[in-house]
Design a protein around this ligand. Sequence first.
Ligand code: GLU
Length: 441
Amino acid sequence: MAMLQAKHPGESEYLQAVQEVLESIEEIYNQHPEFEKAKIVERMVEPDRIFTFRVTWVDDRGEVQSNLGYRVQFNSAIGPYKGGLRFHRAVTPSMLKFLGFEQTFKNALTTLPMGGAKGGSDFDPVGKSDAEIMRFCQAFMLELWRCIGPDQDIPAGDVGVGGREIGFLNGMYQKLAREYHTGVLTGKGATWGGSILRPEATGFGALYFTQHLLHKAGKDIKDKKVVISGFGNVAWGAVKKAMQLGAKVVAISGPDGVCVVPDGMTAEMNDYMLDMRASNRNMVEDMAVKFPGKAQFIAGKKAWSVPCDIALPCAFQNELSEDDAKELKANGCWCCCEVSNMGCQPGAIHFFQNNGILFAPGKAVNAGGVATSGLEMTQNAAHLSWTAQEVDDRLHQIMQSIHEQCVKFGTRADGSVDYVKGANIAGFMKVATAMLEQGII
Ligand code: GLU
């Protein structure tokens, strides 16, 4: 860590992600001198390569705009680079390096052959028109297309990149590459190579994982009160599945505040989340305006201030602090499954773990998204598409297997499970073994 800090000063998210993994694997790493000899850790913590490029486009007023674009190809030991694209004003190389690093372990956990990558831009979608989004995506792909390919690197969505953006990106890729296969991006529309259930997959997978975790702890999700941060694609799928499983979603939140829904969200409210995302307004208050009497907006408050059993962070890294964790506990919360990538700050995770609150990390909980991207790649390669039932069954199996891997590597002497340790060791062992077996490259 000291070496990395000296080499990459100020890259706080990246250093935080690496620190968490190294702490978890220390013991097992020291039992494997062959890893040490091949300098596996030193090699694994640095990305294979990073592409950085300028993206220039023209806004609706005719003004020239310039952004930075990136693709971080982190690790390809177990398969082609795979991971999403994030469009957000705060995107930096540090953020994408942390995400690419996490993705490498997450993808290893899915049991599918996918390496880790992440990309994106500091382009801010908030307040942009559809035409501006399209022009930006086209300009972004003008640079990115040389770096990717169905057997090299397969991007997908992440924060700020959903089905609409993947459509614009794919259209431009085909135009530039003059290749009309369907395998270079995942999260495509259902009529042009996309997998059924991909939009729902991250949220659905997270709830399947939560079910297994609760089951192991002798509990059940039915009738439990759930609070969720965010109202993007991931939160949307999580709300949908939580409702299907009989839980009551009593709050969703956004950057402007929280919407409290005392009687639980309805299917209509869940559908409206899609309009909220498509509007690019980034305001959760819109839910309370649309459903007066059912949802109550409180400005400046987080979802963590609402009494609940289960908390599901579904928005952004470090969105849940130690103080939030204490507030959750005081409000009766006894389980937190992290759905966003690194959604909880280290202090929050330690507080949960030291206070008997069930906790599982994003790289295990949210892996259903990229796993279903892997299933989309399989369908594309075979030139066919599976039914919703087939995709859902496989997603469920994968989430069960991820839970089993966490239990295998994370069970403590008292029989409880350290899901952070379990997920990190399981992912690490797979990537480290693959690197070792393929020599010093
Ligand atoms: N961005 C998602 C993640 O964090 C999905 C990546 C993908 O489907 O490639 O895992």
